[in-house]
Write a protein that binds this ligand. Structure first.
Ligand code: HEM
Length: 483
């Protein structure tokens, strides 16, 4: 019996749809996910730049003294508190302005302090240790020889480097393997849930909290921690959130972007490998990477008072302002969609539309000085050892964790093998994208609904003031944190 023409047509159409799915399904699901998020979170937030506040006034609004609220009063905060748990209420990123924020910000800056030479040396040492352990030279270090080639995900490769680095800054001693495992497990869990590629696993995260509590109880944290963080658990959560979550995640993501840029552009990589001391060019490549792939998609603020910039740009107190980094970075530049490190020879980062670390007047990143410095040190270690190749897509959210082929410099691969590997990587990437986009849609929806149900910010501020003290209705006044 032969199939009817209609059935044959339907089968052909279904096969065509399935085979072409890498080209349309991921994009369709991303926009559906955005719509679901907006629906669950409700109509909230003014995205800037917009018609009233164009790119030329973006920085003015961002720096406005009344654009100062951080968590209270925005449904969006529930979601960020959910992803950055445990202890989101003492994470510097989430603290409301006031004495408690000032004390915490001062402590973070003190822990991140160091001379350029010291910080670079620690980063280089951590990178060398992790790279030698993961991809040992033939017969060296007692590890299994890597055969000169390894297929890695750059973000995964970078996680232990930064876990060790920030452990050293916090504890002022080399990082033991079990602590590194706890930190990496915690940071990976946070970033995977943020990217909607996994659900959050709180037990993984609380293992690190328990470890930090033990170290604090033993008096083994050689920094003075803010008295405004009233309990040992608050202090453990502060260290966990700022150094073993945000710091490790941000640096691993930033390095994954930078190294993926190099892996996809052999001309840039060759120039950097041949001139490892060309600080200016590496700086331009880093600036261009952070311009095109800023780590923040959106940073939000809740206005603490009315803002009126004139010409129709006015926002009442309580407005949630969403500062859109990629949109801002895509304005004020010639051919913004082109990756061109050379543009930074003609531009100054101060005058350009370029805020990879936020705006100086409104809670900028405390690691704005440290991050580029230590990224340079780690990049040099990578390029000194390996040639990097990749053909995968490169997006700001980088959910694939940057697959990349590493080839030892002293043992180059024949050209035809590199070409074959790149072709295979590209095909795998396309198909992984299909499966992952379905997963992200399902897990993202689940987490948004769960975060809404838990309402962590709402619940916290129902019983606490903005300085973390229980409200009079919840406990008698006299909170020590006010003193
Ligand atoms: C290349 C790496 C990094 C980039 C591009 C980056 C970017 C940013 C940006 C854009 C903001 C400001 C968002 C806003 O206005 O709300 C920010 C805030 C912050 N970053 Fe980073 N960051 C990086 C690395 C780090 C590291 C290593 C740490 C380590 C402690 C860190 C800790 C923080 C904290 C605590 C805040 C909140 C600041 C506040 O509200 O006072 N970041 N980061």
């Amino acid at each position: 019996m032969t199939a009817s023409p209609a059935r044959t047509l339907a089968r052909t159409a279904a096969a065509g749809l399935a085979l072409s799915s890498p080209y349309w399904l991921p994009r369709a699901l991303v926009s559906l996910r955005v719509r679901v998020f907006a629906k669950v979170n409700g109509p909230e937030g003014v995205v800037v730049p917009n018609e009233q506040v164009g790119p030329e006034r973006f920085a003015e609004l961002y720096a406005h003294p009344a654009a100062n609220g951080r968590s209270k009063g925005a449904g969006l905060s529930d979601l960020f508190w959910y992803w950055l748990s445990p202890g989101p209420e003492v994470h510097q990123e989430h603290l409301e302005p006031g004495p408690r924020y000032d004390a915490v910000a001062r402590t973070t800056s003190a822990i991140l302090a160091g001379t350029s030479a010291e910080l670079s040396a620690v980063a280089a040492r951590c990178a060398a240790r992790v790279l030698d352990e993961r991809l040992p030279v033939r017969g060296a270090g007692g590890g299994r020889p890597s055969g000169g080639v390894a297929l890695v995900r750059l973000r995964d490769l970078m996680m232990p480097v930064w876990a060790e680095f920030f452990y050293e800054l916090v504890f002022r001693e080399p990082c033991p393997p079990h602590a590194r495992r706890l930190i990496v497990d915690n940071a990976e869990d946070v970033v995977n849930s943020l990217k909607n590629t996994r659900l959050r696993h709180m037990r993984r995260r609380t293992r690190l909290t328990r470890y930090l509590l033990r170290r604090l109880a033993a008096g083994e944290v050689p920094h003075e921690l803010p008295a405004a963080l009233g309990t040992a658990r608050d202090r453990a959560h502060y260290l966990q959130g700022t150094f073993f979550n945000t710091a490790v995640v941000q640096m691993s993501e930033a390095m994954a972007h930078l190294l993926l840029v190099l892996a996809r552009r052999q001309d840039i990589q060759r120039r950097l490998a041949e001139h490892p001391d060309d600080d200016g060019y590496l700086g331009n490549v880093m600036n261009e990477t952070l311009r095109m792939y800023p780590l923040f998609g959106i940073a939000h603020r809740i206005t603490g008072a009315d803002i009126d910039l004139g010409e129709g740009a006015s926002y009442p107190a309580g407005t949630v302002l969403c500062f859109d980094y990629p949109a801002y970075h895509a304005t004020g530049h010639q051919d913004p969609e082109v990756f061109d490190p050379g543009r930074w020879e003609r531009l100054s980062t101060k005058d350009a539309h370029h805020i990879p670390f936020g705006v100086a007047a409104n809670r900028p990143c405390p690691a704005w000085r440290l991050s580029p410095l230590v990224m340079r040190a780690v990049t040099r270690k990578m390029l000194g050892r390996f040639t990097l190749y990749s053909s995968v897509s490169h997006t700001r959210s980088i959910p694939h964790r940057a697959p990349c082929l590493l080839v030892r410099r002293e043992r180059p691969l024949p050209r035809h093998l590199v070409v074959a590997a790149l072709a295979a990587l590209r095909v795998r990437d396309r198909w992984e994208d299909v499966g992952r986009s379905v997963l992200q849609f399902v897990l993202g929806t689940w987490m948004v609904v769960d975060a809404r149900r838990l309402g962590l910010t709402r619940t916290w501020f129902a019983t606490h003031d903005t300085q973390g003290c229980p409200l009079p209705s919840a406990e008698p006044p006299g909170c020590p944190r006010h003193r």
